[in-house]
Design a protein around this ligand. Structure first.
Ligand code: PG9
Length: 611
């Protein structure tokens, strides 16, 4: 009898656990009406065979709500999908929506349209569309628990950020992941005013050539380095290819500095405090939106008296945390499945805010530390107690933590006709077949360092580990014989000269932080001004936040160059009012100098912590 009771209990337990493991979701598609009558195509996936109530997890996107291969009413197994699989197994109602004007949704789209309804009552924007969608879902979808969360990566990450402004009362948590933030100062289209040519051109075509889908620009060749070079002046994009038909390209041309358009567009202008819990997620090697999560975390943290603002940074490229195991990127290994670590954290986070599971104790900042390959948690970011050490450029290509006693400079000829490639050729279409765009930020920089127009300053081998945790800032003292110039600064971890265990990594030059600055904007991004020929000036470059251990035996290197092509358009090096309208004859060679020494000492600030 006892044995039967035991078996019966076991069977019940198994059935209970099985019931918790939801595999089948029913798909339905709805056109949800917004307050102005525009209807948005929405795909809703609800757990089948369950009578429990679940929260909504919403993703809004310009890239197609998807699930086109599943008929309405049919079921789909979500339990093994990367990123959402573990959440799906325990039950959520997943919602994917085309934003207005894209794919199957009605209305008009403008990339990154600002949030205006708070200042102009009666208008609509992505925040009001999120509100209207949640309101409709709560009222019309059975078996919901009255709560919703929103998350997304990149453009959908920005949509999660702005969906949480003036939120619907049922919206309880948001996770912006790799959101694009200020599109002139950083992220997709410009960095410090320098235009991201290949990305900006290909992306604007992709999204606006045909609003019902995504389009690839019809390049006639695979390696685009010389295609972009032959393109010549940026005027030719409209003259030869777009003919004024791509609104975002026209915006680039019409707004070559940080004017009212870009300022109004910037989330710095309209994102307030964390109105609901916000989990910012970013990658150190994000090739598209590295700045977004870091900037938005800091911006919102300044006003977070509620402790609702959280940060996760990991060793990922754009969206890397949502795919695969995340144990390596390119040739760099991270020693564990970092994506899976994050996905478990993401699940715990949403489970708490949307289902009340857990104790709600989350670390303020969770950052993977590269080099040592461990996860670290912090109760504030930036960490307290870091000491800023200056890494100085010096004579004979040396770098050192003590300032150089003598003045000097290294010079090179920067020639827009022979720009330094930003990654090894071939340079394929960004998202085209065989593209190596995704891991380019961890590429070995030896492919350029022997070029005469790339200069470098290197320390001796470290005698002990050096842990750098926080914001890296370069102070470059430089001059040009021209009247405008770009400056690219990289902080590089140089691996030891001989590594028996991994010979291919010997002397690898891993960029741990890098950025570009367009010289004309050194005094103001809104009012550019020409450089004075041959006058040394200071250029300050924010190289973003890192958490990296330079290991004993490694060296630190500062690399500087003036072209990064074709990710960055060529600076004519002769000041013109609008580079998008420069003539081919405006592009000139110039002599560039990088200074070191007590008078104009180039250095990089490193926040150093004791491990
Ligand atoms: N990084 C992409 C993007 C976002 C916003 C503007 C332009 C590009 C994206 O992956 O969505």
């Amino acid at each position: 009898m006892k044995r039967f009771l035991f078996l019966g209990l076991n069977l019940l337990l198994t059935l209970f656990l099985f019931a918790q493991n939801i595999t089948a979701y029913k798909k339905i598609s709805v056109m949800i009406p917004m307050r102005d009558g525009v209807k948005l195509n929405t795909v809703i996936l609800t757990p089948m065979h369950s009578t429990q109530a679940f929260p909504f997890l919403l993703t809004r996107t310009p890239y197609g709500a998807g699930m086109n291969d599943v008929k309405d009413g049919d079921s789909v197994n979500l339990s093994y999908r990367n990123n959402i699989g573990s959440m799906a197994r325990e039950g959520y109602i997943f919602v994917y929506q085309d934003i207005r004007g894209k794919y199957k949704s009605e209305g008009k789209m403008q990339i990154h349209t600002p949030i205006i309804h708070l200042k102009q009552p009666g208008t609509v924007d992505e925040s009001t569309d999120t509100w209207d969608t949640i309101d409709w879902l709560i009222k019309n979808i059975k078996d919901n628990n009255g709560k919703a969360g929103i998350f997304g990566i990149s453009y959908p990450g920005w949509l999660a950020l702005v969906g949480a402004i003036d939120p619907h009362p049922a919206l309880k948590a948001s996770s912006e992941q790799a959101c694009m933030s200020d599109l002139f100062l950083g992220d997709d289209f410009h960095h410090n005013g320098a235009f991201r040519l290949s990305y900006g051109m290909e992306y604007s075509y992709q999204i606006e050539h045909d609003l019902t889908t995504d389009s690839d620009f019809p390049f006639p060749q695979f390696d685009l380095y010389d295609w972009y070079l032959k393109l010549g002046s940026l005027k030719n994009v409209n003259d030869k290819y777009f003919h004024g038909s791509i609104p975002t390209w026209n915006t680039f041309v019409q707004h070559p500095s940080y004017d009212d358009y870009w300022q109004k567009n910037s989330p710095l202008n309209y994102v307030r405090w964390p109105e609901i819990p916000q989990l910012h997620v970013g990658g150190y090697y994000d090739q598209e939106d590295l700045q977004g999560p870091q900037l938005m975390y800091k911006h919102m943290e300044a006003k977070d008296s509620f402790h609702r603002n959280y940060l996760v940074l990991g060793p990922w490229n754009h969206g890397g945390w949502s795919r695969g195991r995340g144990d390596s990127l390119g040739k760099i290994s991270f020693g564990s499945a970092t994506s899976q670590y994050f996905q478990a954290l993401q699940k715990r986070w949403f489970d708490y805010w949307l289902k009340g599971i857990g104790n709600g104790k989350f670390d303020e900042a969770t950052l993977f530390q590269t080099g040592s390959n461990v996860w670290k948690t912090y109760d504030s970011w930036p960490v307290k107690g870091a000491t800023v050490q200056k890494l100085y450029a010096a004579a004979n290509n040396k770098a050192s933590f003590s300032p150089s006693a003598s003045n000097g400079a290294v010079s090179y000829i920067s020639d827009p006709a022979h720009p330094v490639p930003y990654r090894q050729l071939p340079i394929e279409a960004t998202y085209g077949p065989g593209s190596r765009w995704r891991p380019w930020q961890v590429e070995d920089q030896r492919f350029v360092y022997t070029r005469p127009d790339v200069v470098h300053f290197t320390t001796d081998s470290l005698t002990e580990d050096l842990t750098v945790t926080g914001n890296i800032v370069a102070h470059l003292f430089a001059s040009t014989s021209g009247t405008d110039a770009d400056w690219i600064v990289k902080l590089i971890d140089v691996y030891p000269a001989f590594d028996k265990g991994n010979l291919t990594m010997s002397q690898y030059q891993l960029p741990v932080a890098m950025e570009v600055f367009r010289g004309r904007f050194r005094k103001s991004f809104s009012n550019p001004s020409p450089l004075v020929p041959n006058k040394a000036e200071e250029f300050r470059l924010d190289l973003h936040d890192i958490n990296h251990v330079f290991k004993k035996g490694h060296k630190l290197m500062i690399q500087v160059q003036s072209t990064w092509f074709p990710i960055i358009d060529r600076n004519p090096q002769k000041y013109v009012t609008n580079i998008f309208e420069a003539k081919d004859s405006d592009f000139i060679k110039a002599e560039h100098k990088i200074y070191y020494g007590p008078t104009y000492g180039t250095y990089v600030e490193l926040p150093v912590v004791k491990q």
